[in-house]
Design a protein around this ligand. Structure first.
Ligand code: KIV
Ligand code: ZN
Length: 516
C-alpha cells in the first residue's frame, strides 16, 4: 500500500464559494475539526488578502499542532512576506505559491511571455525558500497548459527549491484519462521530479473532480487536495470525504492509505455545512441525508436480510450514529458536560455556562434535546464573537391572520448600546420582520437568498435559517436557529449584518494602528 497525503483547502478554496464568509472563530473551529479528521496539510487562507484573513491564518497556525498549516500567496514578495508573518508560529510552516501557466492565462491575465512566467515563478520560490521549510508551487490552469512548457517550468521551480508540485484543474475541464496522462507525462519527463511530491487539485465544473483526483493518484500523485462537502469556487472542489471513502471501500482497486479518521466525516461535514451555510443535498454521496436511507420495499427487504445487498458503506464507518442518548429537563450539569465532550467540543468555562443556560431554556420548550440540537447550541456558543459591537434582538412579536396585514414589532439594542423599538408590515411574516429590522438598523440591506431547514426531526425540532444578504453593498451570509422559524429568521438577518459590522470594525482598528 502506498501512502497519500491529504491537503484540505476548505478554509481557502472552499471559503471562496459565493456567499460564504466565515469569521475568525468559525475558521478556527473548522481548523480544529480538520485536525481531528486527520488531514496532513490544511490551507488556512490567503494572508495577504486582508487583515482579517491574516489574523485568522495566524491564529490557526498557532493553534493546530498535528498538521502542517499552509497559506496561499501569489508569486510576489509582498504576499510571501505576509504569509511568513502569519504562519511562522506553526509547527510546520508551509507556503503555497501559484502562478498561471496556460496560454490563455499568461496572455490575458498575467500579460507575460512564457519566459517571464518561468522567471517570476523561480524568483518567487527562491525567495520563499529563504523563509519557509516547505514550499508548494502550483501551475494554475495546468490542464490547459502546453505539456512541454509544463515540464520545463516544473523542472525550474524544483531547482529553485519547491518540494511539492501541484497540477490544478483550475476550471474543472479535464477528464480522468487526460488528467492521468498529464501526471504520467510529468513523472516521465521532468528529470528532477523524484525530489518532490506531486499533488492533484480538481474543480468540479463537469462533475468529475473526484474521479479525476482518484485517477491522478493511480498515475503518481502522492497528495490530493480538496474540500469538505466539495465546496469551492463555482461548482466546487473535489469532495475529500468522497475520495477518502472511495479509497477505503475500493481498496482492492486503490491500494493507498491516508491518515484520515473516517468516523470524523459526519461531524466535519455537519460543521462545515452549518458554518458556511452551504447545505448538503440529500442525495450527496457519503454525507447526504439519504446516503443510507433505503426507501423501496425490495431494498428494505434485502438490507434486513443481509445489509450488504444494497449497502456498500455503513453509516458507522463515516460517523453516522443513530443510537445517541438524548438529554431532557432532568439532565444536570454533569450529563451535559459529558455530552459536550462526546460531541467533540472544548469550550472554556464561561462559554460552557452560557451553553448550559441555552440548553436549559430549550428543555423548557422541548421534551428531548437531541445531539443535533446540542451541536447547534454548542457551535453557536463557541463561534460567537463576544467582543464585537453588534445589534442584539431583545424582543419581537408578529401578528398574522388570514385577513390581516402581517405586522412585526421588534426591540433591538444597537451597536452603541441604545435600545430602539419599531413596528412595520409586510406581505408575509418574514417580510414584516425584515422590513422592521431594516427600519431599525443603519445599514442598507438587500435579501438575496433565504433557506429554512429543521435541525433533526419532529414537530418541535429547532428551525435553522440561512440568509444571503448584501449589507452596504458587500455580500454577507448569516445563520440563526431558534425553536420558532420567525425568530430564527430575525436572528439570521442580524447575524449577517453583525458580521459586516465586525469586519468594518476590524478594518477601522487596523487602519488606526497603521496610522499610529
Ligand atoms: O484551482 C486552482 O488553480 C487554485 C490554485 C490557487 C491552486 O485553487
Ligand atoms: Zn482551486
Amino acid at each position: 500500500m502506498s501512502h497519500v497525503k491529504v491537503f484540505d483547502t476548505t478554509l481557502r478554496d472552499g471559503e471562496q464559494s459565493a456567499g460564504v464568509n466565515l469569521n475568525r472563530l468559525e475558521k478556527v473551529e473548522i481548523a480544529k475539526q480538520l485536525e481531528r479528521f486527520g488531514v496532513d496539510r490544511m490551507e488556512a487562507g490567503f494572508p495577504a488578502s486582508s487583515p482579517a484573513e491574516f489574523e485568522s491564518v495566524q491564529e490557526i497556525a498557532n493553534t493546530i499542532k498535528n498538521c502542517s498549516v499552509t497559506g496561499l500567496a501569489r508569486a510576489s514578495k509582498k504576499d510571501i512576506d505576509s504569509a511568513w508573518e502569519a504562519l511562522k508560529g506553526g509547527v510546520e510552516p508551509r507556503l503555497h505559491i501559484f502562478l498561471a501557466t496556460s496560454p490563455v492565462h499568461m496572455t490575458h491575465k498575467l500579460k507575460k511571455t512564457p519566459d517571464e512566467v518561468v522567471a517570476t515563478a523561480v524568483e518567487a520560490v527562491t525567495y520563499a525558500k529563504e523563509k519557509f521549510p516547505h514550499v508548494q508551487w502550483s501551475a494554475e490552469d495546468a490542464c490547459r497548459t502546453d505539456l512541454d512548457f509544463l515540464v520545463h517550468i516544473i523542472e525550474e521551480v524544483i531547482k529553485a527549491g519547491a518540494s511539492v508540485i501541484n497540477l490544478p484543474d483550475t476550471v474543472g475541464y479535464t477528464t480522468p484519462k487526460e488528467y492521468g496522462y498529464m501526471f504520467r507525462y510529468v513523472k516521465e519527463n521532468v528529470p528532477n521530479i523524484h525530489d518532490v511530491t506531486l499533488s492533484a487539485h480538481c474543480h468540479n465544473d463537469l462533475g468529475m473532480a473526484v474521479s479525476n483526483s482518484l485517477t491522478a493518484i493511480e498515475n503518481g500523485a502522492e497528495q490530493i487536495e480538496g474540500t469538505i462537502n466539495g465546496i469551492g469556487e463555482r461548482a466546487g472542489n473535489a469532495a475529500l470525504e468522497e475520495i477518502a471513502v472511495a479509497l477505503a471501500i475500493r481498496s482492492d482497486r486503490y491500494p493507498y492509505t491516508t491518515r484520515l479518521n473516517l468516523r470524523e466525516i459526519k461531524r466535519t461535514s455537519d460543521l462545515v455545512s452549518k458554518l458556511t451555510g452551504m447545505m448538503v443535498p440529500g442525495n450527496k454521496a457519503v454525507v447526504g441525508r439519504n446516503a443510507f436511507a433505503h426507501e423501496s420495499g425490495i431494498h428494505q427487504d434485502g438490507v434486513l436480510k443481509e445489509s450488504t445487498t444494497y449497502e456498500i458503506i455503513t453509516p458507522e464507518m463515516v460517523g453516522v450514529d443513530s443510537n445517541h442518548l438524548v438529554l431532557g429537563k432532568h439532565s444536570g450539569r454533569h450529563a451535559f458536560n459529558q455530552k459536550v465532550e462526546t460531541l467533540g467540543f472544548d469550550l472554556n468555562e464561561e462559554r460552557l455556562k452560557q451553553a448550559f443556560v441555552k440548553f436549559k431554556d430549550l428543555t423548557a420548550k422541548k421534551k428531548e434535546v437531541t445531539d443535533e440540537d446540542l451541536f447547534a447550541i454548542l457551535t453557536d456558543t463557541q463561534t460567537e464573537n463576544k467582543d464585537a459591537k453588534k445589534y442584539e434582538l431583545q424582543s419581537f412579536q408578529v401578528q398574522y391572520g388570514s385577513y390581516n396585514l402581517p405586522t412585526a414589532t421588534i426591540a433591538l439594542t444597537l451597536p452603541d448600546g441604545e435600545r430602539k423599538e419599531m413596528a412595520n408590515t409586510g406581505q408575509g411574516s418574514v417580510e414584516a420582520i425584515y422590513n422592521t429590522l431594516d427600519g431599525l438598523i443603519h445599514e442598507q440591506v438587500h435579501l438575496q437568498d433565504y433557506q429554512l431547514s429543521s435541525i433533526g426531526k419532529g414537530r418541535d425540532a429547532l428551525a435553522e435559517v440561512h440568509v444571503q444578504l448584501t449589507v452596504n453593498g458587500s455580500p454577507a451570509a448569516g445563520r440563526g436557529s431558534a425553536q420558532d422559524v420567525l425568530e430564527a429568521s430575525a436572528r439570521a438577518f442580524l447575524n449577517a449584518v453583525n458580521r459586516v459590522i465586525a469586519k468594518e470594525q476590524a478594518y477601522e482598528e487596523t487602519t488606526k494602528e497603521a496610522q499610529l
